[in-house]
Design a protein around this ligand. Structure first.
Ligand code: ATP
Length: 269
Protein backbone atom coordinates (compact mmCIF):
# COMPACT_ATOMS: atom_id res chain seq x y z
CA UNK A 1 0.00 0.00 0.00
CA UNK A 2 1.13 3.60 -0.60
CA UNK A 3 -0.28 7.10 -0.30
CA UNK A 4 -1.73 8.78 -3.40
CA UNK A 5 -0.05 12.25 -3.40
CA UNK A 6 -3.06 13.96 -5.05
CA UNK A 7 -5.86 12.65 -2.84
CA UNK A 8 -3.86 11.51 0.21
CA UNK A 9 -5.88 8.28 0.14
CA UNK A 10 -4.22 4.95 0.80
CA UNK A 11 -3.83 3.24 -2.59
CA UNK A 12 -3.77 -0.53 -2.74
CA UNK A 13 -0.99 -1.57 -5.14
CA UNK A 14 -1.19 -5.31 -4.49
CA UNK A 15 -2.59 -6.86 -7.70
CA UNK A 16 -3.96 -9.80 -5.73
CA UNK A 17 -5.79 -8.08 -2.87
CA UNK A 18 -9.25 -8.05 -4.47
CA UNK A 19 -8.80 -11.66 -5.52
CA UNK A 20 -7.75 -12.66 -2.03
CA UNK A 21 -10.90 -11.03 -0.68
CA UNK A 22 -12.73 -14.07 -2.07
CA UNK A 23 -11.08 -15.96 0.74
CA UNK A 24 -12.11 -13.58 3.52
CA UNK A 25 -15.64 -13.56 2.05
CA UNK A 26 -15.75 -17.33 2.43
CA UNK A 27 -16.16 -18.05 -1.31
CA UNK A 28 -12.85 -19.85 -1.88
CA UNK A 29 -10.83 -21.46 0.88
CA UNK A 30 -7.39 -20.96 -0.68
CA UNK A 31 -7.33 -18.51 -3.58
CA UNK A 32 -3.50 -18.26 -3.61
CA UNK A 33 -3.41 -21.71 -5.16
CA UNK A 34 -4.44 -20.12 -8.47
CA UNK A 35 -0.73 -19.37 -9.01
CA UNK A 36 0.05 -23.11 -9.00
CA UNK A 37 -2.15 -23.89 -11.98
CA UNK A 38 -1.41 -23.96 -15.68
CA UNK A 39 -3.81 -24.07 -18.66
CA UNK A 40 -3.28 -24.71 -22.37
CA UNK A 41 -5.52 -22.47 -24.51
CA UNK A 42 -5.93 -23.70 -28.08
CA UNK A 43 -7.38 -21.01 -30.36
CA UNK A 44 -6.88 -17.38 -29.45
CA UNK A 45 -9.79 -15.92 -31.43
CA UNK A 46 -13.06 -14.45 -30.17
CA UNK A 47 -13.45 -16.74 -27.14
CA UNK A 48 -9.79 -17.54 -26.47
CA UNK A 49 -8.71 -13.92 -26.02
CA UNK A 50 -11.34 -13.39 -23.34
CA UNK A 51 -10.41 -16.58 -21.51
CA UNK A 52 -6.71 -15.70 -21.68
CA UNK A 53 -7.21 -12.15 -20.45
CA UNK A 54 -9.58 -13.12 -17.64
CA UNK A 55 -7.45 -15.96 -16.30
CA UNK A 56 -4.36 -13.73 -16.44
CA UNK A 57 -6.17 -11.01 -14.50
CA UNK A 58 -7.22 -13.71 -12.01
CA UNK A 59 -3.53 -14.47 -11.39
CA UNK A 60 -3.26 -17.93 -12.96
CA UNK A 61 0.27 -19.36 -12.81
CA UNK A 62 0.90 -20.23 -16.44
CA UNK A 63 -0.83 -20.02 -19.82
CA UNK A 64 0.24 -21.93 -22.92
CA UNK A 65 -1.27 -20.48 -26.11
CA UNK A 66 -1.65 -22.34 -29.42
CA UNK A 67 -2.84 -20.78 -32.70
CA UNK A 68 -1.51 -20.58 -36.26
CA UNK A 69 -3.39 -17.54 -37.49
CA UNK A 70 -2.46 -13.89 -38.00
CA UNK A 71 -4.57 -10.87 -37.10
CA UNK A 72 -6.66 -9.39 -39.93
CA UNK A 73 -8.59 -6.15 -40.07
CA UNK A 74 -11.69 -8.37 -40.40
CA UNK A 75 -11.03 -9.59 -36.83
CA UNK A 76 -11.87 -6.20 -35.28
CA UNK A 77 -15.37 -7.54 -34.53
CA UNK A 78 -13.63 -9.53 -31.80
CA UNK A 79 -12.23 -8.26 -28.55
CA UNK A 80 -8.64 -7.38 -27.74
CA UNK A 81 -6.77 -7.15 -31.09
CA UNK A 82 -6.20 -3.73 -32.66
CA UNK A 83 -5.93 -2.53 -36.28
CA UNK A 84 -2.23 -1.66 -36.00
CA UNK A 85 -1.59 -5.33 -35.13
CA UNK A 86 -2.81 -6.55 -38.54
CA UNK A 87 -0.35 -9.15 -39.81
CA UNK A 88 0.96 -10.10 -36.35
CA UNK A 89 0.72 -13.69 -35.17
CA UNK A 90 -2.24 -13.94 -32.80
CA UNK A 91 -0.11 -15.88 -30.31
CA UNK A 92 2.51 -13.11 -30.14
CA UNK A 93 -0.10 -10.37 -29.88
CA UNK A 94 -1.89 -12.22 -27.08
CA UNK A 95 1.31 -12.63 -25.10
CA UNK A 96 2.28 -9.01 -25.73
CA UNK A 97 -1.06 -7.79 -24.41
CA UNK A 98 -1.49 -10.16 -21.46
CA UNK A 99 2.07 -10.31 -20.17
CA UNK A 100 1.77 -6.85 -18.61
CA UNK A 101 -1.49 -7.58 -16.79
CA UNK A 102 -0.20 -9.86 -14.06
CA UNK A 103 3.44 -9.77 -12.95
CA UNK A 104 3.61 -13.47 -12.10
CA UNK A 105 1.78 -15.23 -14.93
CA UNK A 106 4.14 -17.17 -17.22
CA UNK A 107 3.31 -17.35 -20.95
CA UNK A 108 4.42 -19.90 -23.50
CA UNK A 109 3.24 -19.52 -27.10
CA UNK A 110 3.14 -22.08 -29.90
CA UNK A 111 2.43 -20.79 -33.35
CA UNK A 112 1.04 -23.90 -34.97
CA UNK A 113 -1.95 -25.77 -36.38
CA UNK A 114 -2.56 -28.55 -33.87
CA UNK A 115 -4.21 -30.80 -36.48
CA UNK A 116 -1.07 -31.09 -38.66
CA UNK A 117 0.53 -34.50 -38.21
CA UNK A 118 3.99 -33.07 -37.56
CA UNK A 119 2.64 -30.76 -34.81
CA UNK A 120 0.70 -33.33 -32.79
CA UNK A 121 3.72 -34.76 -30.93
CA UNK A 122 4.75 -31.21 -30.02
CA UNK A 123 1.26 -30.44 -28.75
CA UNK A 124 1.26 -33.59 -26.65
CA UNK A 125 4.76 -32.98 -25.31
CA UNK A 126 4.17 -29.33 -24.39
CA UNK A 127 0.86 -30.19 -22.70
CA UNK A 128 2.51 -33.10 -20.86
CA UNK A 129 5.24 -30.83 -19.44
CA UNK A 130 3.30 -27.58 -19.35
CA UNK A 131 2.73 -27.40 -15.61
CA UNK A 132 4.09 -24.52 -13.55
CA UNK A 133 6.89 -26.87 -12.39
CA UNK A 134 7.68 -27.79 -16.08
CA UNK A 135 7.47 -31.47 -15.16
CA UNK A 136 3.79 -32.18 -14.69
CA UNK A 137 1.11 -31.71 -17.34
CA UNK A 138 -1.05 -28.61 -17.59
CA UNK A 139 -4.10 -28.77 -15.32
CA UNK A 140 -6.61 -28.17 -18.11
CA UNK A 141 -6.74 -28.02 -21.90
CA UNK A 142 -9.07 -25.22 -23.01
CA UNK A 143 -10.54 -25.50 -26.50
CA UNK A 144 -11.51 -22.15 -28.03
CA UNK A 145 -11.47 -23.17 -31.70
CA UNK A 146 -14.04 -23.08 -34.48
CA UNK A 147 -13.80 -26.56 -35.96
CA UNK A 148 -14.37 -30.18 -35.04
CA UNK A 149 -10.99 -31.49 -36.26
CA UNK A 150 -9.07 -29.40 -33.72
CA UNK A 151 -11.52 -30.38 -30.95
CA UNK A 152 -10.96 -34.06 -31.71
CA UNK A 153 -7.19 -33.65 -31.49
CA UNK A 154 -7.56 -31.99 -28.08
CA UNK A 155 -9.92 -34.71 -26.91
CA UNK A 156 -7.39 -37.37 -27.99
CA UNK A 157 -4.52 -35.65 -26.15
CA UNK A 158 -6.75 -35.21 -23.11
CA UNK A 159 -7.51 -38.95 -23.06
CA UNK A 160 -3.92 -40.01 -23.59
CA UNK A 161 -2.50 -37.75 -20.90
CA UNK A 162 -5.57 -38.01 -18.64
CA UNK A 163 -5.77 -34.22 -18.52
CA UNK A 164 -9.28 -32.71 -18.38
CA UNK A 165 -10.46 -30.84 -21.49
CA UNK A 166 -12.87 -27.90 -21.38
CA UNK A 167 -14.33 -26.94 -24.73
CA UNK A 168 -16.15 -23.76 -25.76
CA UNK A 169 -18.42 -23.83 -28.80
CA UNK A 170 -20.16 -20.87 -30.43
CA UNK A 171 -22.75 -21.65 -33.11
CA UNK A 172 -22.18 -20.34 -36.63
CA UNK A 173 -25.04 -17.83 -36.24
CA UNK A 174 -23.40 -16.40 -33.07
CA UNK A 175 -26.71 -16.80 -31.23
CA UNK A 176 -25.90 -19.75 -29.00
CA UNK A 177 -23.05 -21.74 -27.57
CA UNK A 178 -21.94 -23.97 -24.77
CA UNK A 179 -19.02 -24.91 -22.59
CA UNK A 180 -18.31 -28.54 -21.82
CA UNK A 181 -15.95 -30.09 -19.28
CA UNK A 182 -14.68 -33.49 -20.37
CA UNK A 183 -12.92 -35.56 -17.72
CA UNK A 184 -11.54 -38.73 -19.35
CA UNK A 185 -13.42 -41.79 -18.16
CA UNK A 186 -15.72 -39.82 -15.86
CA UNK A 187 -17.88 -37.71 -18.18
CA UNK A 188 -19.16 -37.91 -21.71
CA UNK A 189 -16.90 -36.75 -24.52
CA UNK A 190 -17.54 -34.39 -27.43
CA UNK A 191 -20.31 -36.70 -28.65
CA UNK A 192 -22.37 -35.83 -25.55
CA UNK A 193 -22.85 -32.17 -26.56
CA UNK A 194 -25.37 -30.80 -29.11
CA UNK A 195 -24.14 -32.08 -32.46
CA UNK A 196 -25.37 -29.06 -34.44
CA UNK A 197 -22.78 -26.87 -32.80
CA UNK A 198 -19.98 -29.34 -33.38
CA UNK A 199 -20.26 -29.10 -37.15
CA UNK A 200 -17.53 -27.62 -39.26
CA UNK A 201 -18.31 -24.30 -40.83
CA UNK A 202 -20.37 -24.76 -43.98
CA UNK A 203 -18.24 -24.32 -47.10
CA UNK A 204 -18.83 -20.99 -48.83
CA UNK A 205 -20.87 -19.63 -45.89
CA UNK A 206 -19.15 -17.09 -43.70
CA UNK A 207 -19.92 -17.75 -40.03
CA UNK A 208 -21.32 -14.88 -38.01
CA UNK A 209 -19.43 -13.65 -34.98
CA UNK A 210 -20.30 -11.24 -32.18
CA UNK A 211 -17.95 -9.96 -29.47
CA UNK A 212 -20.89 -10.16 -27.05
CA UNK A 213 -21.64 -13.88 -27.46
CA UNK A 214 -17.92 -14.76 -27.65
CA UNK A 215 -17.21 -12.85 -24.43
CA UNK A 216 -20.17 -14.37 -22.56
CA UNK A 217 -18.88 -17.83 -23.46
CA UNK A 218 -15.34 -16.76 -22.49
CA UNK A 219 -16.63 -15.57 -19.10
CA UNK A 220 -18.52 -18.83 -18.54
CA UNK A 221 -15.41 -20.80 -19.41
CA UNK A 222 -12.99 -18.78 -17.26
CA UNK A 223 -15.43 -18.93 -14.33
CA UNK A 224 -15.73 -22.68 -14.70
CA UNK A 225 -11.93 -23.02 -14.85
CA UNK A 226 -11.59 -21.19 -11.52
CA UNK A 227 -14.36 -23.26 -9.92
CA UNK A 228 -12.85 -26.52 -11.15
CA UNK A 229 -9.25 -25.67 -10.19
CA UNK A 230 -9.95 -24.00 -6.86
CA UNK A 231 -12.81 -26.31 -5.88
CA UNK A 232 -15.67 -23.93 -5.15
CA UNK A 233 -19.31 -23.71 -6.23
CA UNK A 234 -20.86 -26.12 -8.69
CA UNK A 235 -18.63 -26.97 -11.61
CA UNK A 236 -20.49 -26.99 -14.95
CA UNK A 237 -20.14 -30.06 -17.16
CA UNK A 238 -22.35 -28.92 -20.03
CA UNK A 239 -23.63 -25.35 -19.79
CA UNK A 240 -25.53 -24.01 -22.79
CA UNK A 241 -26.43 -20.39 -23.53
CA UNK A 242 -29.08 -19.19 -25.95
CA UNK A 243 -28.68 -15.51 -26.81
CA UNK A 244 -32.11 -15.31 -28.49
CA UNK A 245 -34.14 -16.59 -25.54
CA UNK A 246 -31.76 -15.66 -22.68
CA UNK A 247 -31.80 -19.28 -21.66
CA UNK A 248 -29.03 -21.05 -19.73
CA UNK A 249 -29.18 -24.83 -19.32
CA UNK A 250 -26.82 -26.98 -17.32
CA UNK A 251 -26.55 -30.76 -17.22
CA UNK A 252 -24.18 -33.62 -16.44
CA UNK A 253 -22.78 -35.85 -19.19
CA UNK A 254 -21.87 -39.51 -18.85
CA UNK A 255 -19.24 -41.73 -20.52
CA UNK A 256 -20.44 -43.63 -23.56
CA UNK A 257 -20.32 -47.32 -22.49
CA UNK A 258 -19.61 -48.35 -26.11
CA UNK A 259 -16.45 -46.23 -26.23
CA UNK A 260 -13.25 -48.18 -25.54
CA UNK A 261 -10.52 -46.40 -23.57
CA UNK A 262 -7.31 -45.96 -25.63
CA UNK A 263 -4.59 -48.55 -24.94
CA UNK A 264 -1.92 -47.26 -22.56
CA UNK A 265 1.26 -45.72 -24.06
CA UNK A 266 2.08 -44.63 -27.62
CA UNK A 267 0.36 -42.18 -29.92
CA UNK A 268 -3.29 -42.77 -30.71
CA UNK A 269 -4.66 -39.92 -32.76
P1 ATP B 1 -13.41 -15.77 -38.17
O1 ATP B 1 -13.60 -17.24 -38.41
O2 ATP B 1 -14.64 -15.09 -37.68
O3 ATP B 1 -12.72 -15.06 -39.27
P2 ATP B 1 -11.42 -16.62 -36.26
O4 ATP B 1 -10.74 -17.50 -37.26
O5 ATP B 1 -10.58 -15.77 -35.35
O6 ATP B 1 -12.41 -15.62 -36.96
P3 ATP B 1 -12.70 -17.65 -33.90
O7 ATP B 1 -13.78 -18.65 -33.75
O8 ATP B 1 -12.91 -16.31 -33.31
O9 ATP B 1 -12.38 -17.58 -35.44
O10 ATP B 1 -11.37 -18.20 -33.26
C1 ATP B 1 -10.95 -19.52 -33.39
C2 ATP B 1 -9.44 -19.51 -33.29
O11 ATP B 1 -9.01 -20.87 -33.25
C3 ATP B 1 -8.75 -18.85 -34.48
O12 ATP B 1 -7.81 -17.90 -34.03
C4 ATP B 1 -8.09 -20.02 -35.19
O13 ATP B 1 -6.88 -19.66 -35.85
C5 ATP B 1 -7.87 -20.99 -34.05
N1 ATP B 1 -7.76 -22.37 -34.53
C6 ATP B 1 -8.68 -23.08 -35.22
N2 ATP B 1 -8.23 -24.29 -35.54
C7 ATP B 1 -6.97 -24.37 -35.03
C8 ATP B 1 -5.95 -25.37 -35.06
N3 ATP B 1 -6.15 -26.53 -35.69
N4 ATP B 1 -4.77 -25.12 -34.47
C9 ATP B 1 -4.55 -23.94 -33.85
N5 ATP B 1 -5.47 -22.95 -33.78
C10 ATP B 1 -6.66 -23.15 -34.37
Amino acid sequence: QKMDAMSSEVVDTNPYSRLMALKSMGVVSNYERVRDFSVAIVGIGGVGVGVCEMLTRCGIGKVLIYDYDTIELANMNKMFYRPEQAGWNKTMAARHYCSELCPDTIFEVHNMDITHDENRPKLKDTVAHGGVDRKSPVNLILGCVDNLAARQVMEAVSEELQVPFMDAVVADDAMSGHIQLIIPGRTGGLEAAPIKQQMDKRPGVCAASLPTTDSILAGLMAQNVLKYLLGFGEVAFLLSYNAVTNDFQSRMTYPDPRKQPPPAGGDHY
